[in-house]
Design a binder for this molecule. Structure first.
Ligand code: NOJ
Length: 546
């Protein structure tokens, strides 16, 4: 495995839900040995780093984001030994593994909370945030708006309220208690010592609460996260922290640390952070055939330290969040992408990539082309590499977490038993038609294209390292940007519509250059100081200029 500490700059990530990936013991639930048995598949696809959704003992009120024991593996998934095997087998294939680190809250079944709620003088009382009234921190928004009415829940035993930013069954830890702050660092070390390569850090904006604020992104939170980073840098060089902060770009910037005015000053907080705001704008651009909003949010995205990276994604295990759009745009996106009420969840849309894009291969390719060329490292959500469908009749976000479709056998090759959630089984997306085996056998499949995108991206490190200049092709229907490092230049061009579109570029620095599409090898005529071309419907080009 490459030992470069900046490995993540040009890495391709893959998000896997253990429960839904592969069931090795025939109980209908995916598990660690099952996932381990599919590492060859991931290696063949070409991914660099696997992100595992929470794998700890949990009552699963929030699918594992409600942890009841930070030091063990959920019995459905296997054992700590199985986990170690997964790590070493992944490493043997050059694949890194990051785990979910849920710092903000525990399950109400966690022994700390079970103790904490017993009495006001219990030694664990102060592990959580208690109050005699529910009137504190009124400026903090509610995140799960469909289910929660307040961030406070009354606990009958002591007559006090406890604080929670998510479900009431997920009480927030109290980071003003130094014992909590220290203990969670010990948790991090415990898993790092097992050989993992870092963490995707869940729900980080909410660690601290302060009256008169919205209780997000507080200085105390950044100070704590920097402390976490120091532990990684000192004891586990090369490990990364990928922050989940669903925030505006200017509020995300501080999560990288360093110096906002000087990208050469190394970041000292997160190595990576998800770029939440650009994601819904890609979908909007595709639907309206207009790049304006993508350009707008990217122009408002501050530069980040050179040793940091954005993480870009199209879909994940949650609803397609519309928190980072205006109220008007949220309604527009719901109108465009959630025609059925059941598709909505909280402030988002609980659908998968292929159904969102009408299962139109051209749009799916285009969206992925944008994903693979924008600044940042791309994440693929399991199943999206074969264009899996969803099931909006399932509870909460389970509709986008259904079993991976490996082949056309009953159980889709996921399990020999009845799967924990039904395998997608309909005319358009059913496992009989949409599955890994069928797509591997078909060189024209989406799977083969995704593999090609990954390989091409990795062969062009300018996509991981390069600057990004958004161009004005004289046509809003075309999204185009120039990625550049000292010795490489790549022009990414996307026609967002189903009609041919003209585009014109001023590229005086590249006059005389013969552009080559690195995806197809096709050569174009040499450039003058300006270049004009007509793009076919939903066409995309990755043009090497240097
Ligand atoms: C963000 C996770 O992605 C989501 O699945 C979870 O429900 C919340 N954080 C709470 O942990």
């Amino acid at each position: 495995m490459n030992t470069d500490v900046t490995w993540f700059k040009n890495a391709v990530f893959y998000e896997a839900h253990i429960r839904s990936f592969c069931d090795s013991n025939g109980d209908g639930k995916g598990d660690l040995p099952g996932l381990t048995s599919k590492l060859d598949y991931l290696q063949e696809l070409g991914i660099d780093c696997l992100w595992l959704l929470p794998m700890f003992p949990s009552p699963l009120n929030d699918d594992g984001y409600d942890i009841a024991d930070y030091h063990n593996i959920h019995p459905d998934y296997g054992t700590v030994e199985d986990f170690k095997t997964l790590i070493s087998e992944a490493h043997a294939r050059g694949i890194r593994v990051i785990a979910d680190l849920v710092l903000n809250h525990t399950s109400d079944q966690h022994p700390w909370f079970v103790e904490s709620r017993k009495s006001k003088d219990n030694p664990y009382r102060d592990y959580y945030v208690w109050s005699p009234t529910d009137q504190k921190y009124k400026d903090a928004r509610i995140i799960f708006v469909d289910t929660e009415r307040s961030n406070w829940t009354l606990d009958e035993t002591t007559g006090e309220y406890y604080w929670h930013r998510f479900y009431a069954s997920q009480p927030d830890l109290n980071y003003d208690n130094p014992v909590v702050a220290d203990t969670m660092i010990d948790v991090l070390k415990y898993w790092m010592d097992m050989g993992i390569d870092g963490f995707r850090a869940d729900a980080v904006p909410y660690l601290f609460e302060r009256e008169g604020t919205n209780c997000e992104n507080l200085p105390e939170t950044h100070a704590y996260l920097q402390r976490v980073r120091r532990v990684l840098d000192e004891d586990y060089p090369g490990a990364i922290l990928l922050g989940e902060a669903n925030q505006w770009p200017w509020d995300l910037r501080p999560y990288f640390g360093g110096d906002e005015n000087d990208p050469t000053v190394p970041g000292n907080e997160f190595h990576m952070a998800f770029h939440f705001p650009v994601m819904p704008r890609i979908f909007k651009a595709l639907k309206l055939g207009d790049a304006t909003d993508v350009l707008d949010i990217m122009s408002k995205t501050p530069s980040i330290p050179e040793n940091c990276q954005w993480c870009v994604f199209l879909r994940n295990h949650d609803e397609l969040t519309l928190e980072m759009v205006t109220t008007e745009d949220r309604q527009l996106m719901w109108n465009l992408y959630a025609p059925d009420e059941q598709m909505k969840l909280n402030l988002g849309i609980r659908r998968r990539l292929a159904p969102l894009l009408d299962n139109d291969r051209r749009k799916i390719e285009l969206a992925n082309s944008i994903l693979f060329t924008l600044p940042g490292a791309p994440i693929i959500y399991y199943g999206d590499e074969i264009g899996m469908g969803d099931n909006i009749s399932l509870f909460d976000r389970n509709g986008v977490r259904t079993p991976m479709q490996w082949n056309a056998e009953p159980g889709a090759g996921f399990s020999t038993a009845k799967p924990w959630a039904p395998v997608i089984d309909n005319n358009e997306y059913g496992y009989q038609k949409i599955n890994v085996a069928a797509q591997q056998a078909d060189p024209r499949s989406l799977w083969h294209l995704m593999k090609h995108f990954i390989a091409t991206r990795k062969a062009n490190p300018v996509l991981g390292w390069g600057s990004c200049e958004f161009l004005s092709p004289g046509n809003n229907a075309v999204l185009a940007y120039l990625r550049q490092t000292g010795d490489a230049a790549l022009l990414a061009v996307h026609n967002l519509t189903d009609r041919p579109q003209p585009a014109r570029f001023n590229l005086p620095d590249f006059a005389g250059v013969t552009p080559t599409d690195v995806l197809t090898g096709q050569e174009f005529s040499p450039l003058d100081s300006s270049a004009a071309l007509t793009l076919q419907p939903y066409q995309y080009l990755w043009l090497r200029l240097k």
